[in-house]
Design a protein. Sequence first.
Lengths: 139, 139
Amino acid sequence: MLRNEVSKKLGIDIETIRFYEKENLISKPERLENGYRSYSKENLVELKFIQHCRSLGVSIEEVRTLKDIQNLSTDCSQANLIIEKNLDLIEQKIEDLKNLRVQLKSLSESCFKTGAAKDCGIVKSLAQAAQGEDCVCHS
Amino acid sequence: MLRNEVSKKLGIDIETIRFYEKENLISKPERLENGYRSYSKENLVELKFIQHCRSLGVSIEEVRTLKDIQNLSTDCSQANLIIEKNLDLIEQKIEDLKNLRVQLKSLSESCFKTGAAKDCGIVKSLAQAAQGEDCVCHS
DNA sequence: CTTTGACCCTGTATCTACTACAGAGCTTAG
DNA sequence: CTAAGCTCTGTAGTAGATACAGGGTCAAAG
Ligand SMILES: [Zn+2]
Ligand SMILES: [Zn+2]
Ligand SMILES: [Zn+2]
Ligand SMILES: [Zn+2]
């Protein structure tokens, strides 16, 4: 299978596939006589593995570890650790984003859409915060 | 004020301050005879402005725009647009992360901590998904 | 037979927002 | 005088792609 076909089939960008190869995340595909890469079924499985992990927010380095576990390890503790770590990370991110949302909403609501910058709560709050004064977003 | 003092006072890393200067986000600080930067009160306000915006998740480019609005514009519509855009983006991110959380939880719960990789739901699901089969996280 | 268009190749640059040096000079305390 | 602790500049690295430039190859159409 040529890379364009693989790309379309899996929905992974051509350059991304090349990137994964450069990172040694997949075994090097065979080459045809003309030098073109020919992706094997195994290559496709490897690519899907990465794609699936990435869709779960697992980092490239962690994908590497998970691959090794599949191939070498008889023990799943490290895999479990990766999932738990990412779970914690995501909980934290959600919390942070929720706080951010509250702040941005306050700002948003302080703009009365009159159009005049000097009456705008957003513009005002940003200027005030820069002076060390109060702002609607951090109160 | 020398950069170390500024850094400590505002809680912005020294290198980050230099980075903001290189990006022309602050006006160039005066130099002492020995070439050392001397940060003015205005510099501090500029830095706080950036810090405050960044804490709201506003990008460097958007900070630039917001700065221009403060200085030039009589109209707040662009500022409002930036806030709204970020709000939408954050809502989307929260949604995505919540979905991710569900998926990772499913995975996490499928690991029975026996320690054996071949009994581990995580290891299994990752392998199965790579083969195009079902996984606990995407069901 | 040639040309056109769609592929493929490699290598390198770009993106965001920092962060981390290396190698040098200045300043101040002991 | 020396050593610690600042400061300076320039450059490289981070994650995970993404986007070329400049070239080769291949199949079909004219
Ligand atoms: Zn407004
Ligand atoms: Zn605020
Ligand atoms: Zn397990
Ligand atoms: Zn899954």
